[in-house]
Write a protein that binds this ligand. Structure first.
Ligand code: NAD
Length: 428
């Protein structure tokens, strides 16, 4: 389905987010396609019952104890608009492979992608296995009242709580793929040559899809020593990627809606930081254009630190030490992703002293492209994870199945459990 419709999918993404075709392919279309192929190749292995460890447990040694990956049943998947092709399709692949049937509710906000996805799924997939229901809050509220066996939601934490409550009503399994403020912490030990590499990685991951990526760097904390050089490197990378006039760049996407545009504008209007590039007079509501915004001298109490930005705004904060950055992260919600740039020793310290959905050292976003590792958050950034084998684990119940033997010699072993409890070893 995906390989036969690559161009159409890219076109829909362009219409929704003015997503450059190359970006559409590498971040959404190819990963969705790869996930399908990978799953087809591996699913028989991953779904095979595995023998349980009965080591040192003689009472089980003669039986057959297996763990089966059993389907949950009906999975309801409510998806988001920012990656409107990969976000529904990647978990869908795993849920079907695991033997479930799926009711998919794509985002009503990414209109073109969701419409195309609906058409394609109806054309290519068996309607006994996947049904698409389109709509917004009203329709989703009705769906949440239906009896299902699994609910999966991708989006913000406020709605995440509504979904968790609906799942609690039914006591069904729930997966929540949420967001939050994902930090990047930069050690002062990063040398000059390296800083420009660090900056170009951060700029790539931040402004891709106009900042509307759940694992994008939300804000950067830079140790004093590297601060000034880092600012210059960030600006250099922004202009190298998108030119002096990013509005003209064919490689720069747009904001999804006026609602998001207005939300971001208010945050930037209220900042006490120093806007180095991307002042609001360059913004254009009629075309949903927001240039790359870089804000320096941002305080922890700034408007830009009050909520997940989810747009092309990069606040940069000066910290005295890597420890100060770690402390700030510890005091706030576990982020979906955590990025650290620095040496091995500090990296180990960051990993050991923080919690986050994923952690990448010296790069950004790459965890989103590992099909063999779970993609998900922890605590306020999410519950559960998916991709490859992790999807099989997420969309199945690990069912313990024991096939006991009825013939000798298990009888003699069994007799020790029967009353009357009078033999040797029963004197407790
Ligand atoms: P959204 O508000 O569009 O919500 C997503 C889905 O929830 C849609 O299908 C929508 O119809 C439904 N929905 C909205 N309000 C609802 C309600 N009151 N009741 C029931 N259903 C409702 O999405 P959003 O919050 O704007 O998406 C952005 C957030 O999603 C960010 O926080 C981002 O970090 C996060 N995100 C996370 C991931 C991930 O994989 N962890 C991926 C993408 C986005």
């Amino acid at each position: 389905m995906v390989s036969e419709n690559r161009d159409q999918l890219a076109e829909a993404l362009y219409k929704d987010l003015r997503r450059p075709a190359y970006e559409a392919h590498i971040t959404e279309i190819l990963p969705a396609e790869y996930e399908g192929g990978y799953m087809l190749q591996q699913m028989d292995t991953w779904l095979k019952p595995v023998s349980a460890d009965t080591y040192h447990q003689p009472q089980h040694m003669l039986g057959d104890v297996k763990i089966h990956k059993a389907p949950l049943g009906v999975a309801l998947m409510i998806s988001a608009w920012n990656y409107p092709i990969r976000l529904p399709l990647m978990p869908l692949v795993g849920a079907i492979a695991a033997g479930n049937v799926v009711v998919l509710k794509p985002s009503e906000i990414s209109v073109h992608s969701s419409r195309l996805l609906t058409e394609l799924i109806e054309k290519y997939l068996d309607s006994r296995v996947v049904r698409v229901v389109n709509g917004g809050v009203e329709e989703t509220t009705v769906l949440l009242k239906q009896k299902v066996d699994h609910m999966m939601y991708t989006g913000n934490g406020t709605v995440g709580r509504i979904i968790a409550k609906a799942a609690a009503e039914q006591l069904c399994k729930v997966s929540l793929e949420l967001g939050g403020k994902s930090p990047a912490l930069i050690s002062g030990s990063v040398n000059q040559d390296h800083l420009s590499r660090v900056a170009s990685r951060i700029v790539w991951g931040k402004y891709l899809n106009c900042g509307q990526t759940c694992i994008a760097v939300d804000y950067v904390m830079v140790e004093n020593k590297a601060y000034e050089r880092f600012l210059l490197s960030i600006l250099e990378a922004v202009f190298a990627f998108y030119g002096k006039d990013s509005k003209k760049s064919p490689d720069y996407a747009r904001i999804i809606s006026e609602r998001q545009f207005d939300r971001l504008k208010k945050l930037v209007e209220n900042t006490k930081g120093n806007i180095l590039t991307g002042k609001t007079d360059e913004w254009d509501r009629s075309t949903l254009f927001i240039p790359p915004v870089v804000v320096d001298d941002v305080g922890f109490d700034d408007s830009l630190m009050s909520e997940e930005l989810f747009g092309p705004i990069l606040p940069i904060i000066k910290v005295d030490s890597v420890d100060e950055g770690i402390k700030y992260i510890q005091k706030h919600d576990h982020p979906l992703s955590l990025y650290f740039f620095g040496d091995e020793k500090d990296a180990s310290k960051v990993i050991a002293n923080t919690r986050s959905g994923s952690c990448v050292i010296n790069d950004v976003l790459m965890q989103g492209s590992v099909h063999g590792a779970p993609f998900g958050g922890v605590g306020p950034s999410g519950v559960g994870g998916y991709s490859g084998k992790a999807s099989i684990d997420e969309f199945t119940h690990s069912r313990t199945v024991i096939k006991a033997k009825t013939d000798f010699p298990s009888e003699s072993l069994e007799s020790v459990r029967n009353p009357p409890y009078t033999g040797p070893g029963t004197e407790w």
